[in-house]
Write a protein that binds this ligand. Structure first.
Ligand code: 9WN
Length: 439
């Protein structure tokens, strides 16, 4: 594989997807700005364009709500994505910014992690201005997560929509959504199979084959949830009073542990002090990750917040505690054993669902394909726990797969074939980050 030539191509993808001070995930499929995509993009850009990486982070803050919420999307691009300004109607909330339209839900809290990478990449002279610009906003974001999304004060943040989880149609979420109480029009629509009509209007399946995307039924359920939240003005307290679905996410909470550590490091670099209540919450989250462990099946699962039970549908999220860094070395051992077992280690690891699971489909979005960001989380987690050989092997396999198949959104774990959108920004950005550590 030619890492140098492909790094050059990766930089071109990022340049081509750049829209001034922000970058879209993929021009045809995702023309707006997404929260965790821009964080990954900034991590990649930090290596060769730290000032642009800083601009990418600053541009995300333009979408922040006055209560601290960071929306999962800022509506910036031209049309071409079905859920835009009219769909979200962020103006219904008094906290939404007036000048810019956004969604009303959030995404995994990668922001602090990316901001720390950018801080370290910037020159000593540029750091103070950047830190002064981002720190208060990121602190407010983490405080929003604990204030509005941690109703039982356990340290675990609750998500209310699959899109907040980033791994949209991952089995635990789809299982929970399917068993959720049906409301209003979807109840009738599901009985009459009307979701099939939705397929005729979906723009995503005009760009990408429909067997690589969310099913019409799952898409309808996601749309319905967003409409319910819009009516509640995206007020988390109202939403969580009588939730349709609510999940203590393994993905978001593990990322939050790492993001909290990144935030504290930035606060230290800036020579200031963190708010006391934030420090208390940070400790709680670290300790609470272990509550996701299931001794019987020896793996981690997310928890249905409403029933209090773990949702035991296997998925790649089980490895995220490695990234959090808050589990014991013996747990890490157990996870590595699972990771390198045939279920998770086909020709092109790591599938988003184990290949021997009934939910697995090698082409279907978050139900089987390999994604650059989840491989990146696992590699960083392996490094953290001292599994350098496996981390190196997975880095080489990931880079090789991308070199051979292009900067696709996701890949078949059997053939490495590129799936979903082409020229996907976070694949390019994380290629650059992994290539940097592989050299
Ligand atoms: C909904 C932009 C986003 C990613 C998500 C990915 C997908 C959107 C969609 O694309 O989600 O937010 O239309 O399916 O699942 O992780 O941030 O790349």
């Amino acid at each position: 594989m030619d890492i140098a030539a492909n790094s050059h191509k990766a930089k071109l993808v990022l340049r081509q997807n750049n829209r001034g001070n922000w970058t879209c995930p993929a021009p045809k499929l995702y023309p707006h700005q997404w929260l965790w995509d821009s964080a990954f993009i900034a991590i990649g850009l930090a290596h060769h364009k730290p000032t642009e990486a800083a601009a990418e982070i600053m541009s995300l803050l333009e979408g922040q709500w006055s209560n601290g919420m960071m929306p999962h999307m800022i509506i910036r691009g031209e049309s071409g994505y079905w859920a835009g300004t009219d769909f979200w109607q962020s103006h219904r909330s008094k906290y939404a910014p007036k000048e810019i339209a956004t969604s009303g839900i959030t995404q995994p809290p990668m922001l602090a992690i990316a901001a720390l990478a950018v801080t370290k990449a910037l020159s000593q002279a540029d750091r103070p201005t950047f830190l002064a610009g981002v720190l208060p906003s990121i602190i407010r974001y983490h405080q929003w997560l604990y204030r509005e999304r941690c109703p039982k004060n356990t340290g675990l943040v609750v998500l209310v929509h699959p899109w907040e989880n980033g791994l949209d149609n991952t089995p635990p979420w789809m299982q929970m959504l399917a068993s959720a109480r049906q409301t209003g029009w979807t109840k009738v629509a599901e009985q009459l199979n009307l979701h099939k009509i939705l397929g005729l209007f979906r723009q995503d399946v005009q760009t990408v084959p429909s067997d690589e995307r969310l099913s019409d039924l799952d898409a309808m359920r996601c749309i319905n949830l967003a409409m319910i939240y819009s009516k509640k003005r995206y007020d988390s307290r109202r939403i969580l009073k009588k939730p349709v679905v609510a999940l203590e996410s393994l993905v978001s909470n593990c990322i939050l542990v790492a993001a909290n550590a990144a935030l504290l490091e930035m606060i230290e670099i800036a020579n200031t002090k963190p708010p006391v209540n934030l420090v208390e919450n940070i400790k709680k989250t670290e300790l609470a990750i272990e509550s996701f462990w299931d001794e019987k099946t020896t793996q981690y699962y997310p928890r249905n917040y409403l029933s209090g039970s773990l949702i035991k549908a296997p998925s790649i999220a089980t490895f995220l505690p490695l990234y959090s860094g808050s589990i014991s070395p013996s747990r890490a051992d157990q996870l590595v054993e699972l990771l390198t077992s045939p279920s998770y280690w086909p020709n092109f690891p790591v599938p988003s669902v184990p290949i021997d699971d009934p939910n697995f489909d090698d082409k279907l979005y978050w139900q089987g394909p390999v994604w650059a960001n989840t491989n990146w989380f696992i590699i960083k987690g392996l490094e953290r726990y001292g599994y350098t050989d496996i981390a190196r092997e997975l880095t080489h396999k990931s880079l090789g797969m991308i070199c051979a198949n292009g900067f696709s959104e996701y890949f078949s774990p059997f053939t490495g074939e590129g799936l979903g959108a082409d020229d996907f920004s976070w694949t390019a950005a994380l290629f650059l980050d992994l290539a940097n550590s592989a050299i």
